[in-house]
Design a protein. Sequence first.
Length: 504
Amino acid sequence: MKKKVLAFCFIILTAMSLLAQDLISNEVNKAVRGLATGLPRRLNVSIKEITLAGTNDTTTEFSVKMAIIIEHYATNHDMFNVVRVTRNQRKNNEPTTGVISGTYTVMTNMVEVYLRLNVEDKNINSQRFTIPIAELKDISLLPANSKTQEEAVKQDQAITIITGITNQIKQETVIQPRNIPIAPAANNASQSINLQAWFDSQLGNRTFMHREPLELMVMADRDCYFMVIHIDVNNQMKMIFPNNDDRNNFLKANTARLVFEKSSYMFYEPYGSETLLITASTEKYENIEQEYNTPWILATADAVRAATRGGRGGQIETGNNTGTQAVEGEIRYTINILKPHEEYRYGKPDNMIEFVQSMRSDAEKQKGVFKNNDRSGSGYSIVNNVRVSYRIPSDAPDMIEFAYYNLNGISGGQNLRGQTRGSGFTFNFDRPGNITQTIQQVRSSIENKGGVFQGNEQQGNFKASGIEGQYRVSERVNVTITDKPVLIPNSLIEREVKNYFGGR
C-alpha cells in the first residue's frame, strides 16, 4: 500500500512539474506569436538579452532560460527566420533585420516579462506576460549578489556613476566573425573613439559559469590602443588586458580582434553581476606595465579614472609628432557570473595525475568532454549536459573545489538533483581502536560541515558535502555510498569518508 501511495505522489509531482513547464512555454509561445502579428512578410531576427528592468543590461539565469525558449518558438514560427551566431560560426548568411529583446520585473508573486520586436531601431510590436514565481523555484531571478531587484538596480547605477559612462550601446552577446565593417569616424580630434565588443559564453547573454574563460572580441573605428578592466561584485577592480602573456594592445581600425589569444582569463566566485570596462586611446598608455601584476583595488571613481588613463598615477601620452591630441573612448558591459547549482570542497587528492585521468576516463566513457589545465590544477567536464568544474584554490592549496551546473535545468527547468548525481559503491577499512570516540568525532566533523549524522558504534548513516551513505561496524568498518556527485572519482569520496572515521 505504501509503495502505491509513493508511486501516486511521484506521478502527481511529475505532472505538476510538466504543467509548470507548459505554463511557461505557452506564455512565451503566445508572446512570440503576438510579436509576429501584422508582419507583411517573413522577417530575419536575432534574439537578444532579456535583461532585469531598471538596469543597464544586467542578465541572470532567468534571462538565459527566456532567451532559449523565445528562440525555440521564433525558430518554429513561419514569420520568423532566426539568424543566430554561435561560436565563431554563422548559422546562415542572411542579414539580421529585426531584433527580439526585452526586460523583466520581479514582483511579489509574479515575474512580468515585456518583449519587443524592433526593426531598424523602431518598435514594431510589443508583448507582455507574467509567470508565477512559484513555477520558477529552480531558476535564479536576480544576480547572486542581489537580494532584491531594487538592490540590483542600485548596484548597476553605482557602477555607471563610477565608470562615468553616459551613452551605453548594447551589443550582441556573441562573438562575430572578424573584419566586420563599420563606418569610420570623421577625422576630428574632438570625436571619441567608437568601441564595440562581442562576448561568447556557453550560456550566452553575457552569463558565465565558474571556471569559464572570457572570450571577448573588440573593434574600434580608428587605430588605437585599448585595455580591459574588470570590476567584480565587491566593487574591486583590476586591469586584465594587456597582461604579462600578451602585451600587444594595439587595435587596427575597423578590424575585430580576439582579445585573449596568448593568454586566458577565467571567471569564478564571488558570483553575481559584474562589470567589464573597455577603454581606448589613439596614443599609447604610459606606465601601463605597472598594472600587470598589481592586486585588486577598490573601484572608486578616482581609481577608475586613473586606470583608464594608463595605470595608477599613469597618463595617456598627450601628443605625437604630428601635434594632434589623443582621442579617447570607452564602453561598459554588465556580465553575470552564475552561482553553481551545487558546490563541494574536499581534501586535495594525493595523486593529481591519477585524479585527472580518472575524471577524463569517466567523462569519455559517458561520451562527454573533459578539459584541464596542468599548470593551475583546474579543469571542467560536460557529461549528459551537466558541467562540472574543479580547481585548487590559491587560498587553500590542500583542498579541491567542484562546481556543478545542470544545463538542462537552466533551459528546461528539469530536476537538477537527478542529473548531477553519481552511482553508489562500497568499500571498507580497519576498525578504529576506540570506536566510541571515533563515532563522536565523525558526528562532530560532519555536523560542523552542515551535514547530518545518525548512528552509533554498530551502524548508522550520514550526509555531508554531497555524499550520502551508510556504515556498519564489525571487524572492519563497511561503508556503502548511496549517492555522490557525478564524475568525482570514487577514490576521492572514499578518502573523504575515511578522514571522517580517521581511517587510512
